[in-house]
Design a protein around this ligand. Structure first.
Ligand SMILES: C[S@@+](CC[C@H](N)C(=O)[O-])C[C@H]1O[C@@H](n2cnc3c(N)ncnc32)[C@H](O)[C@@H]1O
Length: 239
């Protein structure tokens, strides 16, 4: 992909999610995330955080967070997974969210305040260049964001950089079956709609292994278009 195409796509993504954040501020629901959260989890969230859920899974449920851990959510949107993570890791732990869209950061900060959460921090940045030091994070989560990146190798390298050796990855994302070409993925949905930019299962596994992850797995959970799935992606940062 040329630099111009990548820059244009990134701007489309930013505009699309700025609009989604404004819609939530105006009381409209997000697209697809809330059904993935249990009733108990939804009761832990302020109304706008649940409304702002734009994910394709529930990464905090798969990450098995422990008290005192440092968690990073890539593309934190309205903050739902950061707020849930902050509760799971407790006052001795920290949950960070990184997002490039100002409107989403403002919404997430408001949601964390309303939830009374002090150990959630939202940082402006791009997931290809995470504003945190190397080996500073125990667990990376992300919910339907990596498919939106125009530079997946940079994202996977950043995951490995920020995680401590032995640190875990628990990501929800849209993933294609291996036989689908990039053109066939694009026929099934848009880039901003989380479909066209999806990696295939084989590409995800190879990319994570090349970045320095062991025990990589990609588990399909639900089909979103022919040959395209919501999936749970796991891995452990090699020691
Ligand atoms: C589909 S929404 C998901 C939001 C949230 N994870 C959730 O589950 O509700 C995608 C989010 O990722 C952010 N995003 C997309 N590409 C990004 C990038 N390259 N760097 C940082 N944030 C990005 C968008 O601003 C948006 O808030």
């Amino acid at each position: 992909m040329s630099t111009d195409t990548a820059d244009a796509l990134r701007e489309q993504v930013r505009a699309r999610y700025a609009e989604a954040a404004r819609a939530v501020e105006g009381g409209s629901p997000g697209c697809c995330g809330a059904p993935f959260y249990s009733l108990v989890e939804r009761e832990e969230l302020p109304g706008a955080a649940a409304l702002a859920s734009l994910g394709c899974g529930n990464p905090t449920a798969v990450a098995e967070l422990r008290e005192g851990e440092v968690v990073l959510d890539l593309g934190s949107g309205g903050g739902i997974d950061v707020i849930l993570s902050a509760k799971r890791v407790g006052p001795t732990g920290v949950a960070y969210g990184v997002d490039m869209t100002d409107e989403m950061l403002a919404l997430a900060q408001r949601n964390a305040r309303e939830a009374g959460i002090a150990n959630a921090h939202f940082l402006k940045g791009e997931i290809e260049n995470v504003p945190l030091p190397a080996e500073s994070v125990d667990v990376v989560i992300s919910n339907c964001v990596i498919n939106l990146s125009t530079d997946k190798p940079a994202v996977l390298t950043e995951l490995a950089r920020v995680l401590r050796p032995g640190g875990r990855l628990g990501v929800s994302d849209i993933v294609a079956e291996d036989q689908l070409t990039p053109a066939e993925r694009a026929e099934r949905g848009s880039w901003c709609g989380c479909v066209a930019g999806a990696l295939s299962r084989g590409e995800y596994v190879a990319g994570l292994e090349a970045a320095g992850f062991d025990d990589v797995s990609v588990e399909f959970t639900h089909e979103v278009a022919e040959g395209m799935h919501g999936a749970i992606v796991r891995g452990v940062r090699a020691g």
